[in-house]
Design a protein around this ligand. Sequence first.
Ligand code: EPU
Length: 311
Amino acid sequence: MKIQELKDIFPEGLFEGEVRFMEPMRSHTSLRIGGPADIFAVPRDLSSLINIHKRLRKNGIPAFPLGSGTNLLVKDGGIEGAVISLSFFRRIGVLSQDSEYVHLAVEAGALLQRLVHYAVENGYSGIEGLAGIPGTVGGAICGNSGAHGYEMKDALVSVEILNKTGSVKKTDAEGISFGYRSSGVLSDELILDAELKLEIRDTEEVSKKVENFLRMRRESQPVWEHTAGCVFKNPPGLSAGKLIDEAGCKGRRIGEIEVSTLHANFFINKGAGTASDFVRLMEEVGLRVKERSGVILEPEIKIVGRDLAHG
Ligand code: EPU
């Protein structure tokens, strides 16, 4: 679809929020990589979000929900259709509480680290191991983020989802099949908010655990660089980082993408890196690991978008 046609579908002032066209996705990903999204919509409230979604559906335009772009590689040709940013959906609040447990209502665009911080401040226990994981709560539910034996699903009671037909439905956590870094949330579904259940504990105790996990992460992962987190999933019983390290890949570089010398399962964008170099490095690393150990690595990061058109 041509830009003008898209602009006709989304004339200015139609919704509360913003709609941009040909928005560079490198400004919205932790890797600082990604070509332009045809449409980049930033709804300000739920009714605007639902209306944008409806308009997209009516015109057969695919919608891609964006959290904070941290586990994501957007290809150099950008994203066909619309990216919907949830940056206005960040509320965290208490639904109910007794002497043992608290139930929280959390909007999908809330940063996971804001939630962890909120839990520390109030002595809520159950997500300590998620300390330091970048991204939003919606993204963490979709990919069942986890570390140190904690997983997002363990704190989840229910989620509200906007499905592809445009209706909002509430689903209990038991109704979603979670796996290692995966969930049964479909790619054309959009998580709006979630109910979490955490245990009420001593603030000091929760805080100590979180500090410890943060320290471990700072020591073993390149947290200050432009990365998308772990690139490959851990094969059952093994560590992808260790396998990549043993295959001699630390420091290997294609263009401006480099395998971290600190933790080999992180690829760093050293500057103006491209998605095609990132994918080539993934292929090279995958091949070396297969040759060295016979293990086939599977991507953990989500790869979306189109290749750059040539000619
Ligand atoms: N190791 C190496 N070389 C490396 C990296 C790791 O020898 O370059 C060794 C470590 O020394 C350690 C073992 O491999 O003995 C495991 O490493 P680590 O403790 O760092 O854990 P991991 O299995 O590599 C997983 C998750 C991380 C999560 C950490 C901490 C995956 C793919 N990785 O890493 O999650 O932060 O445990 O719990 O599940 C992510 O999901 O994006 C992610 C980074």
